[in-house]
Design a protein around this ligand. Sequence first.
Ligand SMILES: [Zn+2]
Length: 444
Amino acid sequence: MEKFFMIKGGYIITMDSKMNVYKDYTLVISGNTIVDILSNDTAESKYANVEVFTAKDKVILPGLINTHLHTNLIRGFGDDSALYQWHKEVAEAVRRTITPEETYLGALVGYAEAIKSGTTTVLALEKNSEKCYQAAQETGIRARLTPYILDFEDCADTIELNLAYVKKTASPEERVRFWFGFDSFREASPEMIREIVALAKKYETGLHTHSNESVDDVLLCRKRYHKDPIIHLYELGVLSERTVLAHCVHLTKEEKTLMQQTKTKIAHCPTSNIKLSDGAAPIVEYLFQDICVGLGTDGANTKGNYDLFEEMKFAVLLQRIVQKRADALTAPEILKMATIGGAEVLGLSKEIGSLEKGKKADICIMYLRKLHCLPFDPEEGSILISHLVFSANGADVDTVIINGKIVMTNRILQTIDEQKLLFDANEAGKHLIARLKLKGMNFK
Ligand SMILES: [Zn+2]
């Protein structure tokens, strides 16, 4: 007999095509799927003797989707460095030194933190991706993992390993699946990129990398290959509707046209771009050109945390500065980018990104009866959307459900021992810092 489970709201912010917000409504789940959305009264009569999760005073929305991140064991170094200096003095040093076990702890921390701030799906570009796979499985997060492949130096992840994990996670029903990818054109030879592109095409997976992150990136590509980065990637076959490029801060008109024509997706990471002084990606322009844009946090080293609520607010504020218009980007538009828009970027919009019948039960439940979210019971649902973007933060997330399973309730993770992780990761992080001889001061 089919077993049901009901979440009795509260407000339900569906993020469906009509942006419907329902008050006093119930979500009905069977297995990992949403099977019904109906008023509380109707649900009570239609579904008798069903397990009920009470969310009467809460706001229920689709789990957020982070379209670009790296997990890290340590943070707080190179705070005042631009991208290339930070990359050389922190990222590369960590990459050469960190052990698989330390990577595993860092991945547990990153995925757990994402869940605790309402994220249910991540697209992650990771080193030691086997260990990250293990961490994603254990935390319960939905993930698309891309190894950090580069051939300018020895690397823990190889094309062979990437292929093995693509095959291992080939079933569409797998919650954690592998894509192909590489770090960036900076550390990947044209030959290797061509090989990766061919495999992604053969196995019909996504492809994930960084591009045009800073002006230095553009200048390096022009110096090395005598062309702009997007042109370089296009000629290598990288651009396609299955490809996600993180950043795309500085694009020429020709590069924008290529992105549009090839339907290549963009992961926008405003906080990391601001912190590294990369510049501001013109995402309002991209959206106007029908380029699909999702929101990402990038690594905690360059953003500080994995809170997509914070990222939504930064994204809106940044576009308002760039465009000098108060309506350049609105709260509903950015919430869309963090939910159904992110699902489109990952090619998963039929499965996740909104709360609708037939979609996977990936759900974020917020408790907003707090001073910073008044009024918490408005007549108009749009006020709640404003709260989510401008007033709330990841710590307001109360419960998270992924693939029909409760992975956090009352802010307590159900899949892993958070206190043990806190201790183990802190100790391991201190050992890593000691080996790296990193100092928490400016590099000036
Ligand atoms: Zn990145």
